[in-house]
Design a protein around this ligand. Structure first.
Ligand code: PLP
Length: 403
């Protein structure tokens, strides 16, 4: 016997991609280039390796969920600096929970926040999310027993889903809203006014707004505004708000599995309990490396320069083909190619280049009466994570094959 909820979501996008490309022979005269996974290739900074080595005795110990006082202090200091919060508004004691990467945290947030049914309704709770979305939101919503409601985030609305405009019947059932800013895959940043309106609406309906800010440091010009700042600027506390971030993109350390949840003290406590039962505490040497990384900004500045160079090369090579635009944040190109699956197959067959069909990051959008479309269908997602010369090589092949 299996949990039948598992049947209600598709395989993970990279497994679907492997199936799509299975049996297609790429040209072996060309070296493979994968622009599929959003995995930073810069390498984790040496200062983290040094800190981890100094703390290596910790591999022989069980760590506790919740993190060491040093880790909590380092993350809290970074949050307070980055988001310009006054002393006492955000505290390491009440408003913070280290998580083993934001992915696990985002998943567990649904287990912590989704009830059997919303008070005063007997209906299945709803979890709203943008469409396209980070696939973990979708699986988490379903496994937590909720109905995912996918809200179109396409060029018509500057890639900002109109959650606030959904009917009251949906909001009455809403337990949680996921939003990613800067967004994966489109790279747009939610404005302060948008975030304020959404947080107000979430509070009105006693839902939790979960902001995925894991691309917050990968920006072109202006540091994206954070949810914690919005809560503070509006003279509010942190009720109904949780933000997630990690060192995966900021510090090019996706293998470290180190991130945080920050916000509503009640949600932090609930998340802490879920983590105690099902979470992997961050190993002590990982925590030591994380402390060193949260304290350093030089490597983060270098990381931004790297992605700016990649985007500059993308602009030079692609021009305005495929609706190419330079996003405010993140490191993806979201290219309109007609049919994303066919384009991904063609690129693999003719150029040994791996990209992901946009449809794999999306589903059918919510629409009154049903039958909303999959807004990812015509797109491919291209990750600009490699060194500039490899990025350039991949993009030249893309233009040669798709025109
Ligand atoms: C939008 C988004 N959220 C969360 C994550 C998870 O990152 P991590 O678990 O490495 O912190 C990713 C990783 O690709 C992502 O793209």
């Amino acid at each position: 016997m299996l949990n039948n909820r598992i049947k209600n979501f598709d395989d993970y996008p990279f497994r679907r991609l492997a199936r799509l490309l299975d049996g297609i022979a790429p040209p072996m005269t060309l070296s493979p280039v994968s622009m599929a996974v959003g995995e930073p290739q810069l390498g984790m900074p040496d200062l983290a390796v040094t800190a981890m080595m100094a703390a290596r005795a910790g591999w022989g110990k069980y760590a506790q969920n919740g993190g060491t006082p040093e880790l909590r202090a380092a993350i809290a200091a970074w949050i307070n600096r980055r988001y310009d919060l006054p002393t006492g508004f955000f505290t390491a004691e009440k408003h913070l929970m280290p998580v083993p990467g934001s992915r696990a945290g985002l998943f567990m947030a649904a287990l912590a926040c989704v009830p059997e049914a919303k008070p005063d309704t007997n209906h299945k709770p709803v979890v709203m999310m943008p469409n396209p979305f980070y696939q973990v939101y979708y699986g988490a919503a379903i496994l937590a027993g909720a109905e995912p409601v996918l809200v179109a985030a396409d060029a018509k609305n500057q890639f900002l889903p109109d959650f606030v405009g959904l009917p009251d019947e949906i909001w009455a059932r809403c337990a949680m809203i996921y939003l990613c800013s800067p967004a994966n895959p489109q790279g747009n940043v939610a404005s302060p006014a948008y975030l304020k309106q959404l947080l107000t609406k979430a509070r009105q309906w006693q839902a939790t707004l979960v902001l995925d800010e894991c691309y917050s440091e990968v920006y072109d010009h202006t540091p994206p505004v954070g949810g914690l700042t919005i809560a503070y600027q509006n003279g509010e506390n942190l009720k109904n708000l949780v933000v997630f971030n990690s060192l995966s993109k900021r510090s090019s350390a996706p293998g470290l599995r180190s991130g945080y949840a920050a916000g509503d003290a009640d949600v932090m406590a609930a998340l802490g309990r879920v983590l105690d039962y099902g979470g992997t505490p961050l190993p002590l040497p990982v925590q030591a490396a994380s402390v060193a990384l949260w304290h350093d900004e030089a490597h983060v500045t270098a990381m931004r320069a790297h992605y700016r160079e990649n985007f500059a090369r993308a602009q030079a090579i692609l021009g305005n083909r495929f609706g190419m635009y330079r996003p405010d944040g993140g490191f993806f190109l979201w290219l309109s190619v007609g049919n994303g699956e066919q384009a991904a197959q063609k690129l693999w067959r003719e150029a040994h280049l791996r990209v992901v069909p946009g449809a794999y990051f999306a589903g059918n959008s919510w629409q009154p009466g049903g039958n909303g479309k999959n807004p990812g269908q015509e797109f491919i997602r291209v990750a600009l994570v490699h060194a500039a010369n490899v990025t350039e090589q991949g993009l030249r092949r893309l233009v040669d094959v798709l025109g």
